[in-house]
Structure formats: structure tokens, C-alpha cells
Design a protein around this ligand. Structure first.
Ligand code: ASP
Ligand code: MG
Length: 439
């Protein structure tokens, strides 16, 4: 068994879906395909959620209608809708059923703010449900028989809505059931190709959960681990892993091989190659992870695995945007480190805020955190616990792994740096968004 994962950018158009077919059509020895929502659908669904939570039903339904219209053009491009009447009405019945379900939620349910995360998951998961339904339908029609797997019945998670964690033991039972043939009916053996949604699962009670933005990679890794796959490939619109995002840093180079540890550090620092949670399930079973170019089926891309022939030699640059620099100081001058550390981190956990960097002095703690919707609430909670809090927003965190003197010079000796942290191997700079390097 192999696992392939296709992200939203790859399947954003009918051409993309056709290319997916071209990539998978010869794989007849067991393939599990994980797919994200098409294009920017998840972002659009987040807007739907915002309207819905604020009680703006009409706006929510209107935004949802744009999502349907977008999928209608893809369905049309795939020859799955006749296009004479409203294409939306002519969506395949499995897709139509999903449309009916979400419209019913948006029309009939009245959410409360305290259940924001739960509603978020209930709504945003439709991106993946719709995309996989369309692709499964298309592949079946195009002579690539496959089974659509509802990952809400295959991956069991905890109840941490919006950031759920997979329960591996419970999911092992369910997912293996989902890929098994019908043992009572020998004429119904297990198919060779499965297609399931990335990013989603369900609690033991069956309530839909999501695994955190960009979580489809994690889904692919979990599936690979449970099914003891030989390998995972993430198909992306890059040639493989690069040492820097070429859109931000002009001189980027290709890295053919990385260790799991390299990959974890890169992902944690904000490299957009893979979701940070992806590596652990693979490392546990020593399953290699390929990052392959969607546009070139024959190229092998980069591989991430336990052992590599030669260590990476170029510095790696990672920029994490949308950061807030938060400084926390206890009002009573008690030392941050010994007495308050646990308390502070507990509060961060309560508000689901991701901490990316920590630096402490005698009475002061500085953190780089992701900018989230609960920032004000978090600040108030900290103040309620007796801390002074200051915030600098509009920040970014630059990590340079394997930096050299030259890089140190270029990136840290410029105005706009608020905080620097350095080990022998890694340089991390918190800076005002858009701070350039010295030339
Ligand atoms: N569709 C989800 C997102 O955009 C999950 C993913 O793409 O991995 O975050
Ligand atoms: Mg995506």
C-alpha cells in the first residue's frame, strides 16, 4: 500500500483533477489517496463560519453559494454535469446530498459563541467532503475504480475541535475495517484504490472534527502508519523541498534528502512544506515521505526518512508570518521562570494559542505567538492572573538553520529586529513584518 496526498492547489481546477487521475491511474497495487478541499475553499468556508456565528444567515448562505458555483465549474470541466439547467442542480447525487446537508445547517441551526470550534469543524469539513466526492465520482467514471472513504468514520479523534488529535488505536480498528473487502461476499473484494478526506475525523460520539489548518498531510501520515504503507508521497506545486521559499528569498536551492528531524524543525519553524504533525507517525514506523512535483509525474522529488546519505549543507531560511510578540511580567515581581512558567503555559493552552519562541529573563517573558482570534481574551486572562502584558503585532519570525557568519551579518544587523535567539546551529529573529536583509 502507498499513500498519496494531493493539496488544494493541485486540485483547484478540472485540469488539476485530470492530472491527479494521470498520476494515480497506473497504481493498481493498493493506493490510499488523501485529498484536501479544492483551491481556496477552506478560506471561503471560514468566511461562511464567521457569518453563521454572527447570526448573518443570508450572508453565510450567499458565501456558501459561491463555493457551490466554484465546484460547479469543476464538475462541468470534468464532464460530470450536463450544464444545461443550473449546473448546481446537476451535481452528482453524492455531492448534492452534501450541499443539502450544509444548507440545512446554515438555515436551521442557531450557534452559540462558546461552541465556535465545534461549528467551525461541522462546516469547514464540507470542503474536503465535496472535493473527495467529486474526485471519486470522476475517477470511477473515467475507468479508475475506487472506494470513497468517509474519514469521519475512519479516524477517531479527541474532542479538541479545530485542532483535534487522532486516537491511533481506535482509528486502527475503524480504518482497517473501511479498507477491508466484504468478507461475507467473496464477489466484493477490497478495491485497490481508496480516496478519503484529509484534515477531518470525528470524536467517539461521531461529531466531526478537523485537525488544524493544512492538516491533510497529517491525515496522510496517520493513514500510512495505520495501514503500514511502504511510502507516502505529498504531491505539491514545487519540485521538492527547497532551502527557502523562492517567493520570499531569491536564492533557493533544492534539497534532495532530509531526515525526519530536519523536517520536524523546518515544519515547526513555519516552512510550508509539510504540516508539523506529519512526521511522528511516519518516523515511528520508518515510512519514507516523498515531496513530489504535481506537474511532473516522472520526477522523484525530495525524500524525508530516518537516514540520509549526506547532511544538508546549505542554510535553510524559514519565515513565519502573522506573529505577535508578547511580553509578560508578573505584577508582584516574582520570578517568571521558577514560579510562573507552568501557570502561563496553561493559560496559552486554554486559548489554543501556539507559542513559537520563548525567551525569559529574571522577571520578564517574551514569546512569539500565532496571531489568533482569541488574542484579546488571552491577554485579559493573563492580566487576570496578575501579569502585565504588552503586545507588538504585525511581526514575523525568521529562522535560519545552519546559518553562517554571512547570514548572521545580513539578517541580524538591520533595524526592525525586536528579539534574537541563537544557538550554534539555529538563528531566530523576531522582526517587524517585511524587514529586509542588509544587502
Ligand atoms: N483544506 C484544509 C486547509 O486548507 C486542510 C489542508 O489543506 O491540508 O487548511
Ligand atoms: Mg491546503
Amino acid at each position: 500500500m502507498k499513500v498519496y496526498k494531493f493539496g488544494g492547489a493541485s486540485v483547484r481546477s478540472a485540469e488539476g483533477v485530470k492530472n491527479l487521475k494521470y498520476i494515480v491511474e497506473d497504481e493498481r497495487n493498493g493506493l490510499f489517496i488523501i485529498v484536501s478541499a479544492m483551491g481556496k475553499t477552506t478560506n471561503a468556508l471560514e468566511v461562511v463560519v464567521d457569518h453563521f456565528m454572527a447570526g448573518r444567515r443570508q450572508e453565510a448562505l450567499k458565501e456558501w453559494a459561491t463555493v457551490e458555483a466554484y465546484h460547479a465549474t469543476i464538475l462541468e470541466g470534468l464532464g460530470l454535469s450536463a450544464g444545461e439547467k443550473s449546473p448546481v442542480q446537476l451535481a452528482p447525487s453524492c455531492v448534492q446530498k452534501l450541499y443539502d446537508d450544509i444548507r440545512a445547517i446554515l438555515t436551521n441551526e442557531t450557534p452559540t459563541e462558546s461552541e465556535f470550534e465545534k461549528w467551525y469543524d461541522a462546516i469547514v469539513s464540507y470542503g474536503e467532503l465535496v472535493s473527495t466526492s467529486i474526485i471519486s465520482e470522476y475517477l470511477n467514471a473515467a475507468g479508475v475504480p475506487n472506494r470513497w472513504v468517509d474519514m469521519r468514520r475512519a479516524l477517531v479523534t479527541d474532542e479538541k475541535f479545530k485542532y483535534a488529535n487522532v486516537d491511533m488505536d481506535a482509528s486502527t480498528v475503524k480504518l482497517r475495517e473501511a479498507v477491508a473487502g466484504d468478507s461475507k461476499n467473496p464477489n466484493d473484494p477490497a478495491p485497490q484504490i481508496f480516496i478519503g478526506q484529509g484534515f477531518i475525523g470525528a470524536t467517539p460520539k461521531g461529531e466531526t472534527t478537523t485537525l488544524g489548518r493544512e492538516g491533510s498531510d497529517y491525515s496522510a501520515a496517520v493513514v500510512a502508519s495505520i495501514l503500514d504503507a511502504d511510502s507516502v508521497a505529498i504531491w505539491k506545486d514545487v519540485i521538492g523541498v527547497l532551502n527557502a521559499d523562492p517567493k520570499i528569498f531569491p536564492e533557493s536551492t533544492f534539497i534532495p534528502e532530509l531526515t525526519y528531524l530536519d523536517a520536524i524543525e523546518l515544519a515547526f519553524s513555519g516552512a510550508q512544506i509539510i504540516h508539523p504533525k506529519t512526521i511522528k507517525p511516519l518516523q515511528n514506523k520508518n515510512i519514507p515521505l516523498y515531496v513530489r512535483p504535481f506537474g511532473d509525474k516522472m520526477a522523484s522529488g525530495s525524500v524525508i526518512r530516518g537516514e540520509i546519505a549526506a547532511p544538508i549543507e546549505v542554510p535553510i531560511l524559514i519565515l513565519k508570518r502573522g506573529q505577535v510578540l508578547m511580553q509578560i511580567r508578573p505584577r508582584d515581581y516574582s520570578f517568571v521562570l521558577e514560579e510562573k512558567l507552568g501557570e502561563i503555559f496553561k493559560i496559552f493552552e486554554t486559548y489554543n494559542v501556539k507559542v513559537n519562541l520563548v525567551q525569559t529573563s529574571a522577571v520578564n517573558m517574551s514569546l512569539s505567538i500565532d496571531k489568533t482570534r482569541r488574542l484579546d481574551e488571552l491577554t485579559r486572562a493573563l492580566e487576570g492572573h496578575g501579569f502585565f502584558v504588552t503586545r507588538d503585532e504585525d511581526m514575523e519570525l525568521l529562522t535560519i538553520r545552519g546559518y553562517t557568519e554571512l547570514y548572521l551579518e545580513r539578517y541580524s544587523r538591520v533595524p526592525g529586529i525586536y528579539l534574537a535567539q541563537r544557538t550554534r546551529k539555529i538563528l531566530r529573529l523576531m522582526r517587524k513584518a517585511g524587514t529586509p536583509a542588509a544587502i
